[in-house]
Design a binder for this molecule. Structure first.
Ligand SMILES: Cc1ncc(COP(=O)(O)O)c(C=O)c1O
Ligand SMILES: N[C@@H](CCOP(=O)(O)O)C(=O)O
Length: 463
């Protein structure tokens, strides 16, 4: 399998190449040059497989000959062996048609672990092969940071610089990052929003002084391997609900559009998906883009679901490219316009390409709290704020009544105890394995000098 950039002018790479490259050199995002697909019989034969085996089967076409099937399976077994639930991503029934897909049983309690546990191993594999080192630069609104740090801490060939917006992640999220004291981990609190942090990361990739000295890598969902690993759990959820004979709908709490784009990829591979519901908080650029074609970024508003406090939604570019006819030159021009003005109108082709599969909904903090209470009162389930936004959208959707609706439960409620307690009166406890989180020493550097300060810090500390 070869990968092409959404902006058309970066070199074509194989899977190992895109995994280590992260962002394409023309500023675009890598996507497979075509979507591999499974037949109905091949999908039916996946039913009942252990998660690691299912993962290897779904991902093999993307990996191509960069890993043997046996090696890919071994890496999946190692990655998913660290999850605290044997099913890895268990399905929980809420009522006759509503389901939750619990994606938070990994080491850092959010869906990011599903991809990042594997990505850490893939980095090691490919860096060993090239006898190379990688300087990872990432941005987080709370969950990618800890999952990436857990996956990379202590590794020989990689170091990580993780930028988070100061004061805009929960205390648990911050401590999950800043209490990891491994020498190859550098936490940086920036003065700004997640969007500012993400823009700095993209600038680092384009900064010749930095890239001349260090090979820069990505752990954010700009890295194709992140999305590839997330495709798997759409299969894991749909198979027990009747796929490939029966369709499933998914409601996906969305910020950077990685998780829901993985659902789009699953549908392109032949998984029968009735609908992908894009659920946003009041930072609703994606809801506006999908409902009336207006992709214009305003200021980021802080909400009770801080990981989705995002206005510039990186992976939307992958959907615009795929749904709009795969025209790299046009995409580059459209994105240059957006980067300059923060305003973009979707083309008719792009809107038509999305209309059949995607709908969207927006939830404010009151809607979120209402959904949390619904789950608590009707199903004895305590949800985290992001999952509750997904459930709000699922309950409000007009999916046909015979189609099961699966909400992706993207984080453990204990990551957001204050918001959960405010909405439900229940204060979720941290799982025992991180029960001492608030007693651990924290280490991070606060930088308020914008891009130049971050760049100088990385240049001064990268080995
Ligand atoms: C808990 C949680 N839910 C949902 C999201 C949104 O996922 P995505 O950015 O892939 O759209 C995030 C962050 O990205 C998150 O951390
Ligand atoms: N919500 C994310 C934001 C970064 O998204 P990513 O999927 O592109 O890494 C976070 O928790 O950091």
């Amino acid at each position: 399998m070869q990968y092409v950039s959404t902006r058309g002018s970066a070199p074509t790479l194989d899977f190992a190449g895109v995994t280590l490259a992260g962002l394409a050199s023309d500023g675009g995002l890598y996507v497979p040059e075509h979507w591999p697909s499974f037949t109905t019989d091949e999908i039916a034969a996946m039913r009942g497989l252990p998660y690691a085996e299912l993962a290897a089967r779904v991902m093999q076409p993307f990996v191509g000959d960069c890993l043997t099937p046996e090696r890919l399976r071994a890496l999946c077994e190692e990655a998913y062996g660290r999850f605290s639930h044997k099913a890895v991503t268990p399905l929980v029934q809420l009522d006759e048609r509503q389901w939750l897909l619990e994606l938070f049983h990994g080491p850092t309690l959010a869906f990011k672990d599903v991809a990042l546990q594997l990505l850490g191993l893939l980095f090691e594999e490919f860096l060993e092969r090239d006898n190379a080192r990688l300087t990872i630069v990432g941005a987080t609104s709370g969950d990618t940071g800890s999952a990436a740090i857990d996956a990379v801490a202590g590794r020989e060939r990689a170091e990580i610089f993780m930028l988070h917006p100061a004061g805009r992640v929960s205390d648990v999220q911050r401590r999950q990052m800043t209490t990891v004291l491994a020498p190859n981990v550098h936490n940086i609190a920036i003065d700004g929003s997640f969007d500012d942090a993400q823009a700095m990361v993209k600038r680092i990739f384009a900064d010749d002084t930095v890239t001349a000295k260090h090979r820069i890598g990505a752990v954010n969902s700009i890295n194709w391997a992140r999305l590839m690993a997330q495709v798997v759990y759409y299969f894991a959820a749909a198979l027990p609900l009747g796929a490939p004979q029966r369709k499933t709908a998914f409601s996906v709490p969305t910020g950077n559009f990685g998780d829901v784009f993985a659902g789009y990829v699953a549908s392109q591979m032949g998984l029968p998906i009735e609908r992908l519901i894009v659920a946003t908080n009041v930072n609703d650029i994606l809801h506006r883009a999908l409902s009336d074609g207006d992709y214009s970024a305003g200021a980021v508003t802080a909400t009770a679901a801080p990981s989705m406090d995002i206005q510039v939604s990186s992976n939307f570019e992958r959907l615009l490219f795929a749904a709009g006819g795969r025209d790299g030159a046009a995409m580059a021009q459209q994105m240059r316009g957006f980067e300059a003005d923060k305003v973009m109108q979707l083309t008719n082709a792009q809107r038509d390409g999305m209309a059949a599969l995607f709908t969207s909904a927006r939830a404010d903090d009151a809607d979120m709290a209402h959904a949390m209470r619904w789950a608590q009162e009707n199903c004895c389930q305590i949800l985290d704020p992001h999952t509750a936004i997904g459930l709000h959208a699922a309950l409000a959707s007009d999916v046909p009544p015979d189609v099961p609706v699966v909400t992706l439960a993207t984080a453990h409620p204990a990551k957001f105890p204050d918001a959960v307690e405010r909405a439900t009166g229940a204060r979720p406890a941290l799982p025992a394995r991180i029960g001492d989180l608030f007693a651990r020493e924290e280490r991070f550097t606060a930088l308020d000098g914008g891009y130049d300060a971050v760049r100088a810090y990385i240049l001064g500390h990268a080995s």
